[in-house]
Structures are given as C-alpha cells and as structure tokens.
Design a protein around this ligand. Structure first.
Ligand code: GLY
Length: 376
C-alpha cells in the first residue's frame, strides 16, 4: 500500500473522502485550510485525547496559522447524554459556529457520535469532519453518518443520519491505545470479512500476529491495509443503503444483537467494551447458525480461535456475568433493531455469507444460549 490512500463514500449530493495516511495528523493542513472562516476551527474532543493527541495536533495547526478552539468532553460512553449535548450546542453557538464551518471531531466513537449529532441540529445542520483516534472509530463509527446520544432507555436512541464532509484517519495514533481497546476495534475489522469477504477473513488470520506485533514497517502496512479494507467495505454498504432501510446496511450489525444483550447484562460498563461484545456476538451468531443447520459446523470455532489470539472474549465464560438465555433474550427485545414486534438476526451460511433472518423463534435462541453457557 502507498503511504496515502483515499476511499470515497459515494452518496448523491454529499459524497466525501476518507483519507488514510500514517502521520496524517501532522500533515493534514491542505485538507483543512479552506474549511472555516478566518482559519479558525471549533474542535470537540475528550479528556483522554486532550492529554495524548490534542497538544501535538494543536501545535501543528498553530504552526500553519490555523487556530483551534477545543471543547473537551468527559471520556467514556456516559458522556453521550442530553446535558453534554446541550452544553456542547450552546458552546458552539456562543463561539459563533456557522453552517459552512466544519466542526472537527477528534476522538473515538463517543466524540464522533455526539459531535455529529450536535452538528446536525445546530443551525439546522453544520458541516463536520471526523478525525477518529481509536481503531473502532477509524473502521466503523466515523464512516457512514450515524450520530447519536444515549437515552435513559437505551444506547443511541436519540440521533440522526448526518454525514461528515471528510474523514481523516492517521493509523499511527493507534499507538496511544491500550491493547484492549485495539483488540476491541480489531473485532470490527474481522466483522467485514465475516459479513461478505471470506478472503479478507483469511487475511486477518494470516496477519493477526503482525497487526498486534512489534512496531515497524510491516505492522504499519498491515494496520493501514486492514483499515483501508474495512472502510472500503463500509463505504460500499453505506452507499447502497445510507439510512439502513433496505437491509443491506443492517449487515453491519453482525454480532450486535447478541453483543448488545451481553453489553446490557454487564451494564454497558468496562466489564465488556462494545467491540468485545461484538466479538462474542459474532461467535454466537455463527454458533446459532450452525445449531440451526444454516452453516457448516466449525465456523464459530474458527472465528473464536482468531478472536482469542487478539485476547478478545471467545467463550461466554470469558465474560464476568451470571445470566441465562431468557435474560439475554429479554435484553434483545429492548434493542432498537426490533421491527413490527420482530427481532431480525444476522445469521450466516458461511464465513463471508451473512444474511438477515426475520423469523427466528426466540425459544430456540434461549435454548442455544443456555447450552452455550453450560458447555463452558
Ligand atoms: N455501525 C453500524 C453502522 O454504521 O451502520
């Protein structure tokens, strides 16, 4: 792969580019220079990124006569709340943000989601630019325009589709992540192989050691390739079904129905990160497909073997919880993916061949989960 790659998200009237380049955060001024009045940007970030990444980025921008005015959110999923949204919107308005300015979202999924939603509602819609700093945000949440805050009744229940005008991905910032956070993002990379690209899944199996290995040119190339393949897959799916209406974009939810139930059971806490829930959820989706004779046996084990190498949960006993199938299915019934009283499941005919199933008997899901829990 060359040092800079560009992937286009082709959406009528609002196409945008995703730029992937090592060191991009110190080499992006040409992408930003014309995007705000008086070369003055509002930037939203969180406490962690403000410590580890913002100072260098701000110094780089200042050296190019671009002023950054930062708003710093608390770190963590709980920051996606009404109070923070209100404070953020008032701050943006007080700072005179105009519709044609581009608000910068520098951070992980939480920063991107709340900033994108604020950009959507301020002055009936401002531009925003995603600068994702976690692997999960780089390969998933920064692309595709899903923006939201959480409601007391569930995650991401208050939100909008609002596409960014540009996504800037610097894989070298991943060095600031813990191994656990990196692994959680890796689950979403693997997801693209499982959804519709068996060859890419095999590539993940062949390159996982390098991906998590020692710093160097090989690791940088492998990480950049993984990000590029992921955002290419996501861009194609989003272009085909921007607002998740036809069932195509729903494929991106592979592992999320089982995963969200596990996240709910662990209180959406640090006990189980979102990507960890998705990892276990994908194994369960394939395991259930096998149990229903939809998929040849052995696939769930193959996926579990790969994810275990990334130190992701690969059996239910890896997750600190006491539960049963009925409780987990109860959590699923509160999922926003419910439609006409039915819960669609992403299942698989094989690795790289997933499909949306609408008529799953929840009793079968309960039996399967209870078996999985006693089989540990
Ligand atoms: N993360 C799922 C989607 O963007 O549709």
């Amino acid at each position: 792969m060359t040092s800079s790659e560009s992937v286009n998200v082709a959406l009528s009237g609002k196409s945008y580019d995703i730029i992937i380049e090592d060191g991009l955060l110190s080499n992006c001024v040409h992408f930003l220079a014309d995007k705000a009045r008086d070369a003055r940007f509002c930037l939203i970030t969180d406490e962690n990124v403000a410590k580890h990444i913002l100072p260098q980025f701000q110094a780089y921008m200042t050296s190019h006569s671009i002023a950054i005015k930062p708003y710093i959110l608390p770190a963590g999923e709980t920051a996606k709340n009404w109070d923070n949204l209100q404070s953020l919107c008032e701050w943006l308005i007080e700072n005179g943000v105009e519709r044609n300015d581009h608000i910068l979202a520098l951070g992980g999924g939480v920063v991107g989601d709340i900033t994108g939603f604020a950009a959507h509602i301020i002055k009936r819609g401002c531009n925003f630019i995603q600068i994702p700093t976690t692997l999960l945000a780089q390969v998933d949440s920064s692309v595709g325009g899903k923006t939201a805050i959480n409601s007391a009744n569930g995650k991401n229940l208050v939100g909008a589709f609002h596409q960014p005008s540009l996504v800037l991905i610097d894989p070298s910032v991943l060095d600031s992540l813990s191994e656990r956070e990196l692994a959680a993002g890796f689950a979403e990379v693997v997801k693209y192989g499982l959804i519709q690209d068996a060859e890419f899944f095999q590539w993940c199996e062949d390159n996982i050691e390098t991906f998590f290995g020692k710093e160097g040119a090989d690791r940088a190339a492998v990480r950049s390739y993984a990000i590029k393949k992921s955002v290419e897959a996501k861009a194609a799916i989003v272009a085909a079904d921007e607002e998740e209406r036809s069932g195509v974009r729903a494929l991106l939810n592979l592992g999320h129905t089982f995963g969200h139930a596990l996240e709910a059971e662990t209180g959406f806490s640090d006990k189980l990160l979102h990507g960890e829930g998705v990892a276990m959820g994908m194994i369960l989706a394939f395991g259930f497909s096998e149990a229903q004779n939809l998929c040849p046996t052995g696939r769930a084990n193959r996926i579990a073997t790969l994810l275990a190498k990334a130190k992701l949960p690969s059996t239910l006993s890896d997750i600190d919880m006491q539960t049963d199938g009925k409780t987990l299915v109860h959590h699923m019934l509160h999922d926003k993916k419910m439609s006409a009283g039915k819960l669609p499941f992403l299942l698989a005919h094989d690795i790289g061949q997933t499909f949306l199933a609408h008529d799953i008997d929840l009793k079968e899901v309960i039996i399967f989960l209870d078996e999985m829990m006693t089989a540990q």
